[in-house]
Design a protein around this ligand. Structure first.
Ligand SMILES: [Zn+2]
Length: 1052
């Protein structure tokens, strides 16, 4: 066959073939130039411009003005609707006819009032198929609408992808015409492309590559672009090559169509709805033509959007879900951040997601799907297992800056020992294109060679949507079993994971968190979003508990099922992996903060209603405690006129969150307040009866201008600049601050990453440490003691930014609070606060979801070094035997503990993708807590909860008796959640977890009328084989370290 053996030059043969399909060179005579046949102009084209995203019905009623190709429209974020009248020439009988539409922006074609095709140049989709093979009886005159969104697949960044959007961009249509599409040319082009890529990918070391080279060269010899009858010989030559099969041992690539759509990122939530519509309708069109095509699709929220915006498309999706082609995956409401959401939030991601998929499609996801998230909590394996999921897929750790993660297929063991089978597609991408390179990478990069011989290939344009194309399917289809390449089969995640499980004997196990060594600035960026998340998690926790108790106290009380679901879904949506990390554009930030406001105002109203149902209304003030231990704290009580309102009872009303009440009256503004020391039972309430502290707080202004504060437990000396010279644990006679250092030292760092501005803080920023030293207002006494002592001071960061802080010591409190206001107008700076402490320990402890973990305080290895900035939730602790210091916070997530210095990250100032990120005034509170014993024995966990969950006031009668609904026999177990069961009115679900890292037996006591108790999973499916044992003492429960237990309580 290869009749010209004189040809030995690899380069000329290869380039000859490349030029034969080039879309740049020789298109006058090469094969590419023949892809399209005749063309024909449209009958008419008219447009209508809208500043808003409107429905088709509304758009089609508008007046359309004539549009000429190349006319510009815009600006960014607007929508241009086109009305297209076309007439297909009769002479095109038997031809494949396309509408060729090349425009900027992202387009949706509408026909007969239905969305039919998404088109984007960036996503390599520019034609809508009008007919596969034109017949006389088909309509030749057609009216279509094309909805063009004025943004690209990746938004509209000015100058670079992640720069803030250019709000004045202009858009145009470059081509709009009818064409004859030569599918035989397209088939042959794909043959050529695949063979050329095999030559390149296999290189000169593989003889198979030379076979591809000689095949493709002979195909050029045989193929005359001007004579379609010559194509079949060339095609069959390619077919012969592709059909030469592999041996049994070859790797199998499991191809799955995919389309990663960020629920918001460089575009707002609203545009994501249309991205889903455009991407998924295109998937449906591909499924109609390719019955083997499998598409995996995550995020219940996006399905919910499509259901309400495109009901017709949604029923088509339901049809293909039934057929097993369109596969909902992940089981969560959105692809959330893997670090910052609370444990309960993560449970709710699965609860809302799995319930949605079950209700709409009758399916239950068996795999968690989080390809693009910035690290994965060590508690996720247990939460997955509790949600009926034992497989996990991601690839993001391939982005690690320092260390290469050693596995692609392995068991991931979580904090409690739960294991999930985990796969990182070795192609290191969730948007492959079905090219030879993707397949070869899947084999070459597989770090578990010999242990595992299967991998996933997720193909389709992603991040901004787009999804798979026919070309990708054609590529994969050619090389299903081609010697030299991995075998390729279209698979579902189920099929992939079954294969991985079947051959899992040799797989290794990775224990603990999957820490991403990149994007560590996302623990801090967009502080208002972080604060909104923490406060709203807290509020919904309280609303659910108060409503559950109200349900038991007052049988007429209606548990707010629908409203709570709505608020939870807003909170869960904002936990999306580019929103809560703060890596989104300003428009998204505005939406997210508005959603938090909605949760705050509606949540406050719900809390007000529930507390109202708890006690008979009267003229006295009571306080509600949502935490499962008795609290003895100083709170602020309103005096005189003005009804007591629900809100955060904290004396520092400057720093209090102003929850809006039902009357839209801002809490605590201008209301006269006084402090009281109250004792409130666990999960219950008490009228405010002032008790006396064992020791009052004393505040002494000393001759040198420093202030000494003492509450009998702690004694501190505060310098004029607000730093702590001393912090002493009185009973133990232990000083927490080393001689050489100052506690509460504010620091500024230069913060210029390599590229990902909002995302990354780099290791070298640590070399730019500068203490904030300029005092504007030196230390002065605000509260002179008794129940509360406090001092305040102001520092200047720069000519644009200041810090004002109130340092607070309460009677009976084991920690000192720092209520902080920062006016922040910096650029590429990082503000932190540092506490050097007299503790020597190789590890620090950080709270995570339903537990805690340790990370090193040294930098021995590259793995230790890479964790120079880490995340934690409400507290971090550094302890040696019998003494330690905890650093608590009410809305921060970024920490670092190096040697004996504990640092809390406060504010960043990145400029992309939001040029105004974090500019403005910020309020936050942190606290320092020295302790003897371990942090467990010192109740650090409980103190951090107390700091985050304020006692809430409500009206009651003066004779109201203190009441507790639940208590727990051991401090090791925390009762985290009490809510009405999803499926059963009059039943409660309670969720507890072991927080100390110990095996323990606990008794849950309740005064509620519980008739039966059952163990249930996180989806609230009760286990008929596992009734919970109720005795006169309560319900006895055994816990292993960090175990999460949920119970279904049936009330009588
Ligand atoms: Zn993403």
């Amino acid at each position: 066959m290869y009749h010209q053996p004189v040809l030995k030059n690899r380069r000329t043969l290869l380039e000859r073939a490349e030029k034969f399909i080039s879309d740049i060179y020789f298109t006058d005579c090469n094969l590419r130039g023949r892809l399209y046949g005749d063309s024909c102009p449209l009958e008419s084209l008219a447009s209508f411009l809208s500043s808003k995203r409107i429905t088709f019905t509304e758009a089609s009623k508008q007046t359309f003005a004539p549009y000429e190709v190349a006319d510009t429209f815009g600006p960014t974020w607007w929508t241009c609707w086109f009305k297209v009248n076309l007439k297909i020439p009769d002479s095109w009988r038997g031809k494949e006819v396309h509408l060729l539409w090349e425009s900027d922006g992202e387009s949706m074609v509408w026909r007969d009032e239905q969305p039919v095709q998404g088109l984007t140049k960036e996503g390599e989709k520019t034609s809508y198929i009008l007919s596969d093979c034109l017949k006389d009886e088909e309509p030749h005159s057609v009216t279509l609408y094309v909805e063009v969104a004025c943004n690209g697949l990746f938004g509209a960044g000015q100058g670079s992808m992640i720069a803030a959007p250019d709000s004045n961009r202009k858009f145009s249509v470059q081509k709009a015409e009818l064409v004859v599409f030569n599918s035989d040319v397209r088939e042959l082009l794909t043959d050529f492309e695949m063979l050329i890529d095999i030559v390149k990918e296999l290189g000169e070391g593989e003889q198979r590559g030379y076979q591809a080279l000689f095949t493709v060269n002979e195909m050029v010899n045989l193929c005359d672009p001007s004579d379609p009858s010559s194509f079949s010989k060339a095609h069959s030559l390619a077919h012969t090559f592709f059909s030469q099969r592999n041996g049994d041992s070859q790797h199998t690539a499991h191809a799955m169509g995919h389309c990663h759509i960020d629920s918001a990122w460089l575009w707002p939530y609203e545009e994501t709805i249309r991205k889903c519509g455009r991407s998924w309708v295109t998937v449906i069109r591909l499924m109609e033509k390719n019955p083997e095509f499998v598409f995996t699709c995550s995020q219940a929220q996006q399905f919910q959007w499509v259901k309400s915006w495109y009901p017709g498309l949604f029923s088509q999706i339901q049809h293909y879900v039934k057929k097993g082609q369109f596969i909902p995956v992940g089981g969560t409401w959105v692809e959330m951040d893997g670090n910052l959401p609370s444990g309960e939030s993560m449970v709710r991601q699965f609860l809302e997601g799995q319930r949605f998929f079950n209700r709409e499609f009758g399916i239950h996801c068996k795999e968690f799907w989080l390809p693009d998230t910035f690290g994965y909590s060590a508690q996720l394996p247990q939460i997955m297992q509790g949600s009926g999921i034992s497989n996990f897929l991601t690839q993001k750790l391939s982005w690690n800056l320092v260390n290469t993660f050693p596995h692609n297929t392995f068991f991931w063991e979580g904090l409690d020992g739960s294991k999930v089978l985990t796969h990182f597609p070795p192609g290191n991408s969730y948007e492959m294109k079905g090219k030879v390179e993707d397949l070869m990478n899947s084999v070459k990069n597989n770090k578990d060679k010999g242990r595992s011989n299967h991998s996933a290939v997720l193909f389709g344009f992603g991040d901004g949507g787009g999804g798979p194309t026919q070309l990708m399917l054609d590529r994969l289809n050619r090389v299903q079993d081609t010697d030299g390449l991995p075998k390729v089969q279209m698979s579902s995640p189920d099929e992939l994971f079954s294969q991985l499980q079947a051959g899992s004997d040799l797989l290794c196990t990775w224990t603990g968190e999957l820490f991403l060594e990149l994007h560590n600035g996302t623990y801090t960026t967009q502080a208002q979003i972080k604060r909104g998340n923490r406060q709203c998690e807290t509020l919904l926790h309280d609303v659910e508990i108060a409503s559950s108790l109200a349900l038991c106290q007052d049988r007429t009380f209606q548990y707010p099922v629908e409203k709570l679901q709505e608020l939870w879904r807003l909170l869960l949506l904002n936990q999306f992996h580019d929103v809560i990390p703060g890596s989104c554009i300003e428009m998204v930030v505005e939406d997210a903060l508005r959603y938090y406001e909605d949760i705050r105002s509606d949540g406050a109203a719900l809390l007000h209603g529930a507390c109202g149902a708890l006690g008979s209304k009267g003229s006295s003030t009571g306080v509600f405690n949502s935490l499962p231990w008795e609290r003895h704290e100083v709170v602020q009580i309103q005096d005189g006129a003005g009804k007591p309102d629900l809100g955060m009872l904290d004396i520092y009303n400057t720093y209090v969150v102003a929850f809006r009440t039902t009357t839209a009256h801002l809490m605590l503004c201008g209301i006269c307040c006084s402090a009281a020391l109250v004792r409130v039972p666990s999960i219950g309430f008490s009228p405010v009866r002032d008790t006396q502290p064992v020791a009052p707080v004393s505040v002494t202004l000393q001759a040198d201008g420093t202030v000494l504060m003492d509450n009998g437990m702690l004694q501190t000396v505060i310098n004029k600049d607000g730093t702590l010279a001393s912090l002493c644990l009185i009973n133990a006679n232990r000083e927490a601050i080393p001689d050489s250092g100052h506690g509460n030292q504010f620091l500024m760092f230069d913060d210029v990453p390599l590229y990902w501005d909002a995302w990354d803080v780099m290791d070298y920023h640590l070399q730019t440490r500068k203490p904030v030293l300029e005092v504007v207002q030196p230390l002065r006494v605000l509260s002179s003691g008794g129940l509360r002592g406090s001092v305040s001071f102001t520092l200047r960061i720069s000519d644009k930014s200041t810090i004002t802080q109130e340092i607070v010591m309460d009677a009976m409190s084991p920690y000192i609070k720092f209520n902080t206001e920062v006016k922040w107008a910096e650029s590429h700076k990082f503000l932190k606060v540092e506490f050097p402490v007299r503790v020597h320990s190789p590890n620090a402890t950080y709270e995570i979801q339903f537990g805690h973990l340790q990370r090193p305080t040294h930098r021995n290895t590259s793995w230790d070094w890479a964790r120079f900035e880490v995340w934690g939730h409400k507290w971090a602790d550094l302890s040696e035997h019998n003494f330690g210091v905890a650093l608590l916070n009410d809305c921060k997530y970024g920490y670092s503990v190096h040697k004996n210095t504990m640092t809390l990250s406060l504010l960043r100032a990145p400029k992309a993708p939001d040029v105004n990120a974090d500019m403005g005034t910020h309020h936050f509170t942190y606290a320092i807590m020295p302790h003897t014993g371990s942090f467990q024995d010192a109740s650090v966990i409980q103190c951090a909860y107390n700091l985050n969950f304020p006692l809430r006031s409500f009206q009651c009668t003066p004779d109201t008796e203190p009441w507790s609904a639940f208590s727990i026999s051991t401090a090791a177990v925390i009762l985290e959640t009490i809510k009405q069961a999803e499926e059963r009115k009059g039943a409660l679900v309670v969720r507890l977890y072991e927080a100390h890292g110990s095996s323990v037996t606990a008794t849950l006591c309740t005064t509620l009328p519980v008739r039966e108790a059952w163990h249930c999973d996180l989806l609230e499916r009760h286990d008929a084989a596992r009734p919970a044992h109720i005795t006169s003492e309560g319900i006895t429960l055994n816990f292993s370290p960090f175990q999460i237990t949920s119970l279904l309580l049936i009330l009588s």
